[in-house]
Design a protein around this ligand. Sequence first.
Ligand code: IVH
Length: 690
Amino acid sequence: MEPLSMNDSMTTDTAYERILWLRQELHRHNHLYHVLDNPEISDAEYDRMMQELLGFEKAHPQFQSLDSPTVRVGGSVLAAFESTAHTLPMLSLDNAFSEQDILEFDARIKKLLQSQESITYTAEPKLDGLAVELVYENGALTMGSTRGDGLTGEVITANIKTIRSVPLLLHSDSPPARLEVRGEVFIEKKNFQKLNQERLKKNQPIFANPRNAAAGSLRQLDTSVTASRPLDINVYGVGYLSEPLSHSHWDRLCRLKHMGFKINPLIRPCLDLHQVLAFYRELGENRSRLPYEIDGMVIKVDDLRLQESLGIKSRSPRWAIAWKFPAVQATTRLLSIEIQVGRTGVLTPVAILEPALVGGVMVSRATLHNEEEIERKDIRVGDTVFVERAGDVIPKIVKVVTEKRTGNEIPFQMPTTCPACGARVNRLKLETSDTAEVAVRCINTQCPAQLKENIRHFASKAAFDIEGLGTKLADQLVESGLLKSYADIFQLTAEKLSQLDRMGKKSSENLIRSIENSKQIPFNRFLFSLGIRHIGENTADILARRWGDLDMVMNQSADILAETPGIGGVIAESIYSFFQNSENRDVIQRILAGGVRIQSPPCSETRGGLDGKSLVLTGTLSRFTRPQAKALIESAGGKVIGAVSRHTTYLVVGDAPGSKLETAQKLGIEIIDESGLLKLLGISENGEIP
Ligand code: IVH
């Protein structure tokens, strides 16, 4: 259908037709984007259609509808939430904390069912959010409510409708008269951080965790506030159904998925208890990498007839259990605050804690970031503190348990001299930060603490990769005076090394061999090894690919460097001033004189020349899978985007392309087939990379 614009001559019938078409398309694109994670149109195109629909609905109020996608924008303001009795109580779950608890749960079920046969379970990640119920009458969402006390909840229909992954209409030609579904509303970790950053900027209090943020966002009387929050939903069960959906819980979830609901993709059927135990371990290992917070796994008997015969006891079903992950928060005492001096001289306070088990790991140190953080959380030495370990990241202090204060706690003061060398420290506002963070930095370029960190960095895997030169040896080499700069590494001999404590002849020779082996180094790793401020692995990689060799990078002005895609002004300035410094130039000369040979990267053209290009894929490719195509495009410097927009460089069309093709044609985007993609990637038709 051709895009129309609203004008006076348009008949009411045509306007209504257009409204219906826009609604249908917006519902479809909304589902593609928020539920299937596979958009067909750009955000801008979606917004344009939404604006058009809003315009039509305003001009023709007689056509307004409670199911219109425009309700997602919010706007209505309630005086208070009404309450509603759930048709069936919203139960809670018993908790299990160990494998033994799960074995007992399984045994209990078998005993009650008087059966020795393996039970099929459905295992689901337990999302840490807020339980809600959604009621659909004849296919349309008519009510959304909170769990409340399980029997009565609050009516939050207008707020629920703003959640993009909640279908307003079921995808079904013959929807049941009444369908009640239950699920968890949550906020993804990255969206939670973004939300808090925005709140900080606006001087608003931040949310303690994604769960609180989700709960706070859902209970807003002004629905446009809820609409502005990045809420999401996963549906995991049902309430009252006017007609049964299936005999199996897993199958029921599949049917709900077909009706348009977002079901967590990790949910899986487990044919016996062994599969359940294996899945729990797998989930625990992957937990920190998931985009949302989970606090355990829910195990449910899959057969609904068995569920029925097992029944419920008071407020929880006998057929399900929540197996919690070990606590990742613990309370312990802050014994002291140590100051660490980093590679660039920045002083970072580190909390020394009374060792405590946090999520199964013994924790005795936690990062405190900077002085402001200590002040903001009012952390004092001697305090009892809440420590949290989120996955693999360094533990942090969440807050002080002020109720446990005795009055003997000592407030912290940042030193005015460097604890490693005694030099005066400078207070600098951090250039890269948009908050008022202050870095306290030791300005002595000869500071041994900085030198130790620089050497550790220089020898690390992503830099020179000198096997055997770790933290301890770096410290020893600096303390003994053998290293005054990282260039001295290439002057070391086995004789000099064997003078050090605990360095025998053999280990000295091994280290010298590692140093020899490190001397052939790719340019990107060489750049990274120098420890230039703001130059991480990625930036070093970009610079190496753009400029090819050391002389080129060393002799560019900051302005020219800043023109490199992916290199901002601050980074360019940092590179420029590093190479302007004659001491640094001297160190580089000495590294090269020590026998180091820098290998230039292949220039970007031979890698396919997709630098800075964005590609969209549609249809099935015959030569590779989507992830393979994506990896190849990315290794040639390109990006793969989900939806076509004006910024798309190429649309790659495979077999049975979707509507992206039409969008690309409309926008005049260059369309290529699989052979075209092979050419761009520099891969010949017979599959060889030239
Ligand atoms: S089933 C009778 N499944 O955990 C079944 N709950 O204490 C009741 N939750 O209030 C819930 N993920 O908020 C179920 N996959 C999942 C869940 C889940 C999170 C929450 C839910 C519920 C609480 C149970």
